[in-house]
Design a protein around this ligand. Structure first.
Ligand code: GYE
Length: 306
């Protein structure tokens, strides 16, 4: 009846905007910081209600969470896509239900831009380039550098693009060789495991490029246990800028971290409010980031927020 259609939707009935967040998991310090930022932002605002789902690194769980959010008629969905591909069907369902979707921190396969409002996050290609640039500036353009690359989760945009940016940036330097490249799934434990296994075969490595700091920290442990000095014998390059990486740099065990900002809660909230107000948003809301090594890292340590 016309009366029923005038009734407010269940999610809007208490006047709050309901936001469903399909988070990936708890694989890294970075992700914990992002989760905390989103929870703080929305749980601290009486105008919002947050529904939070932890997918334990499984895409199928994220898809289930999105379907639940759709059934609950939430006002907006935030998705941190664990991998790039395979989102078309479920995001189409959200679109058909009229629910705006925001991609948080990782992207999805190109060509699906009509399935989300905005991607809020970093330029991973640039991060990979910056990691390579630091290495080349520090070790010299003509140096012989055997590199172990610890890749992030297979199929994740953050892994694909950090690899691409880095590999493109070293390809004109004949001495820079990736002697081994293997996923460590963005976790400290796997980073350590992969590094341990490689060091048993070959210790002629001058650098480790890890797609995140947690894997770099795991590699540092493996290198120490193999009797080598991380930071000196083997240069350690990470991405994220989590506090433990700054501490490792201060301790001389790590050399550089390429910052990637996880504190995306406030930007997500603003994007949702803008969308509700009918404002057209940028397709990519980019984070501002820096590169930290040496004294600059030591000076920044006391003020790190994550
Ligand atoms: O770098 C890594 C995390 O998607 C940008 O995911 C994020 C990455 C981050 O697990 O630590």
């Amino acid at each position: 009846s016309s009366k029923a259609s005038e009734e407010p939707s269940p999610s809007a009935s208490n006047g709050k905007l309901v936001v469903g967040f399909a988070q990936i998991g708890q694989e890294s310090g970075w992700r914990d910081a992002e989760t905390a930022s989103v929870k703080e932002t929305f749980e601290g605002d009486p105008g919002f209600e947050l529904k939070f789902s932890d997918a334990q690194q499984k895409q199928e769980n994220q898809i289930k969470a999105i379907r639940t959010f759709i059934a609950q008629k939430v006002d907006a969905i935030a998705l941190a896509p664990v991998v790039e591909s395979g989102w078309e069907t479920v995001l189409k369902e959200a679109k058909d239900a009229g629910i705006p979707v925001f991609l948080l921190d990782r992207g999805i396969t190109k060509g699906n831009e009509d399935l989300y409002v905005s991607f809020i996050g970093s330029d991973f290609i640039l991060e990979g380039q910056n990691a390579a640039k630091w290495m080349i500036d520090e070790l010299g353009a003509d140096a012989q550098v055997n590199i172990v690359q610890l890749e992030g989760t297979v199929g994740a945009s953050a892994a694909n693009d950090r690899k691409k940016g880095f590999e493109d940036a070293i390809k004109d330097h004949a001495g820079y060789k990736i002697v081994y490249s293997q996923t460590g799934d963005f976790t400290r434990a796997k980073g350590k495991e992969v590094m341990e296994a490689y060091l048993k075969k070959d210790k002629n490595i001058q650098a480790v490029y890890a797609h995140n700091d947690d894997m770099a920290l795991g590699a540092i442990q493996a290198i120490e246990e193999a009797g080598l000095k991380p930071g000196t014998d083997i240069k350690i390059i990470g991405v994220d800028g989590i506090k433990p990486a700054f501490e490792a740099i201060a301790a001389g065990k790590m050399n550089v971290t390429v910052e990637c900002n996880p504190l995306l809660g406030p930007q997500l909230k603003q994007a949702i409010l803008d969308t509700k107000a009918g404002t057209k948003l940028e397709k990519w809301i980019k984070s501002d980031e820096d590169v930290y090594s040496g004294q600059k890292a030591i000076d920044a340590l006391p003020n790190r927020k994550y």
